[in-house]
Design a protein. Sequence first.
Lengths: 108, 113
Amino acid sequence: AQRVTQPEKLLSVFKGAPVELKCNYSYSGSPELFWYVQYSRQRLQLLLRHISRESIKGFTADLNKGETSFHLKKPFAQEEDSAMYYCALPHGNNRLAFGKGNQVVVIP
Amino acid sequence: EAQVTQNPRYLITVTGKKLTVTCSQNMNHEYMSWYRQDPGLGLRQIYYSMNVEVTDKGDVPEGYKVSRKEKRNFPLILESPSPNQTSLYFCASSSRSVGSPLHFGNGTRLTVT
């Protein structure tokens, strides 16, 4: 069963435009959700987690239990936001399921 | 510097020739895990370990083995590699379990011919 769905593989946006990456999950109970980011030639790193309720690099993500979503948003995209973004959900016995990822390209 | 170190970064091998990808972390983390990253499939968990001598299968464990004899090391072993194991592999660790942020290694790009 697919636990995390990221429907768009590639998202191109112009610099200064808003960006939204969709993440839907399937999980019974109270989920913990994460967004990880992989910049070019760098290792995967945590961007933000929903329990922190903080904004990192201008990104925010709100957990919507009714819609089972954890979309990542930024009001004004910057060139340095070009990266691969993964939504992730812990499940089962200490497993972490990742979505298939979103490649974001910010056009100058 | 706190980090997860994988070796080698690149590896080309032939079908059936046993190989080991090493992973070491210097953060005294209990949880360690291996993932493979394939285009269109995202990251898939191969194996994970909650602590020394405690390992368990992830979502795609077939064809892989792991061991956790020491807290800092978590090698990934391919006893008889096959071309469908050509992939980018990542090791990761966290202080507790998957509820804690994962720290990733730089990745190992494996090609099996």
